[in-house]
Design a protein around this ligand. Structure first.
Ligand code: KG4
Ligand code: ZN
Length: 347
């Protein structure tokens, strides 16, 4: 084994192909040597959502250029990699298989360790790519596929406090964007359209969910009814701003409850929707109110799906003594049912 630890990781769980090379120096300092990323937005845009079959094919096309870019940018060659890693779950099976198979093949070829990584672990610990965070802290993962609030007690030790009972927040924002004729995924375009508009122009019902769970499907349907009812008269900018406010208020309300019930005053906001400036500003205000003592969100590139966060978790797992997982398989996404979440909360 070389003096430093070098990890090459793949992320291909949905519609972003990404390869990263991370190096852990002897002193323990972690450096992202390179990160290459290829989005598939133009492939899926005309369908208004991710088409699994097209996503797998696009991963196959993008994977080698991404790998070559990551290698050339880092000036590290494949022979010196100690651990190969890839996202194994949750995600689209055909997409997961591309990065997973590539990493396992390289591990076999170079006789090195392969480790599989849970995509959500990647998001939760992505904050550590740029800074340290004191345990315990709350982690709010807000993306196109997930809206989860966790309490993070240590490395690879965290527990769900609240999950979405239906759609993810990003999914709802993307649907609203689509109804307003914006591209896919529309979260960022919706934010742009809403800038400077009146967020109190349209009002939405207050979302009622048990405990610290989230729900966005009701808001999504309300928005669809609004657009249908208003037709050409709909004030697009104000509709975008009002919808964002409704989604983010729901998130903020649950977060306030979580801070009060756990007494944990540190928060990390991660996932694609964490790129949203309005959401960041609203949560920043919790610091000014004294409710939070530490609030942080990774740089935009580490918020959305990326292989660096996968490499980081692989590094923790390797340092904890994880054995080679060359036989590991991929697993599709699953959404726990309402009953299951309730039972888990009671247990
Ligand atoms: O984490 P991510 O890249 O992929 C998933 O794991 O889902 O998140 C993608 C989501 C999409 O719903 C996208 O619209 C949303 O993140 N997103 C945003 C912004 N940038 C990306 N939502 C709101 N505002 C943004 N600026
Ligand atoms: Zn993600």
């Amino acid at each position: 084994m070389s003096e430093t630890l070098k990890i090459l990781s793949f992320e291909s769980s949905c519609d972003d192909t990404s390869v990263a090379i991370l190096e852990r120096e002897i002193c323990g300092k972690l450096i992202v040597r390179s990160l290459s990323l290829q989005s598939q937005n133009e492939v899926h845009e005309k369908w208004g959502g991710v088409v699994p079959e097209l996503a797998s094919r696009a991963h196959l096309k993008n994977l080698l250029p991404c790998l070559e870019k990551a290698l050339s940018e880092s000036h590290i060659d494949l022979k010196s990699i100690d651990v190969f890693a890839a996202t194994s779950q949750p995600g689209l099976i055909g997409s997961l298989l591309v990065g997973h198979t590539a990493a396992r093949t390289l591990a076999l070829l170079f006789d090195k360790k392969f480790l599989s990584v849970n995509h959500l672990d990647g998001h939760v610990y992505s904050i550590f790519l740029e800074r340290e965070m004191r345990f315990p802290f709350l982690s709010l993962v807000v993306s196109g596929g997930h809206t989860c609030l966790y309490i993070v007690r240590d490395f690879l030790n965290y527990e769900a406090l609240g999950l979405s009972l239906d759609d993810a927040a990003g999914e709802a924002l993307d649907k609203a964007a689509k109804l307003l004729g914006l591209g896919f995924p529309g979260g960022a375009q919706l934010e742009e359209l809403a800038r400077g508009a009146d967020s109190n122009f349209y009002t939405f019902g207050r979302v009622q969910t048990p405990q610290l769970h989230f729900s966005f499907s009701g808001l999504k349907s309300e928005f669809a009814r609004l657009v249908k009812r208003e037709g050409d008269k709909v004030q697009r900018e104000n509709a975008a701003a009002s919808f964002q406010l409704a989604v983010f208020s729901h998130i903020e309300n649950k977060l306030r409850k979580a801070i009060q019930s756990t007494g944990v005053k540190r928060l990390s906001l991660v996932g694609g929707v964490a790129r949203n400036q309005l959401l960041r500003q609203r949560l920043q205000r919790l610091c000014e109110e004294g409710l939070l003592e530490d609030f942080s969100s990774p740089s935009p590139v580490f918020c959305t799906d990326n292989a660096a966060m996968i490499g980081l978790v692989a590094m923790y797992r390797h340092l904890e003594g994880a054995e080679n997982e060359i036989e590991a398989d991929v697993r599709a996404s699953f959404r726990p049912s309402r009953e299951k979440i309730r039972r888990e909360k009671k247990a």
